[in-house]
Ligand binder design. Structure first.
Ligand code: DHK
Length: 144
């Protein structure tokens, strides 16, 4: 049994409450339940966490270097701004999945580029919280 770190960036604590016409009605707790069920089914455990602070996300990525076999990350708006998160992920050896609830390419132009995508092994966007489940399965398969 191995650990997968599932990390969520700013404003994702409000999932289900903020702009539901864009982000839907599912909550981050729903995403956590989905991930833990999906991970358990394939013999893995999860560390699932959310922070609005860039440095906290970076610390969790560093911790994943020693305790996790894979990372699933929705960096929220930091996807589009944070070279520091990109660099932290580049120092992780296992598979990385970048997840976005929405299809960032069909939204405002400032969301079209993600600094994280260049260091992710896979990018899943526009699938709602189902994307988290796909990501857990994909990183587990990539780690085999
Ligand atoms: C979530 C956010 O908070 C936005 O800043 C990103 C992403 C998109 C999502 O779709 O999950 O641009």
């Amino acid at each position: 049994m191995a650990l997968i770190s599932i990390l969520n960036g700013p404003n994702l604590n409000l999932l289900g409450q903020r702009e539901p016409e864009i982000y839907g009605h599912d909550t981050l707790d729903d995403a956590k339940r989905l991930c833990s069920g999906r991970a358990a089914a394939i013999g893995h455990e999860i560390f699932f966490a959310q922070s609005n602070a860039e440095h906290v996300l970076i610390d969790w990525i560093h911790e994943a270097r020693v305790r996790s076999v894979a990372i699933v990350i929705n960096p929220g708006a930091y996807s589009h701004t944070s070279i520091a998160i990109r660099d932290a992920l580049a120092a992780f050896d296992g598979p990385i999945a970048e997840v976005h609830i929405t299809n960032i390419h069909a939204r405002e132009s400032f969301r079209h580029h993600s600094h994280v995508s260049a260091v992710a092994d896979m990018v899943i966007c526009g699938c709602g919280i189902a994307g988290y489940g796909f990501a857990v399965e994909a990183v587990a398969a990539a780690n085999r």
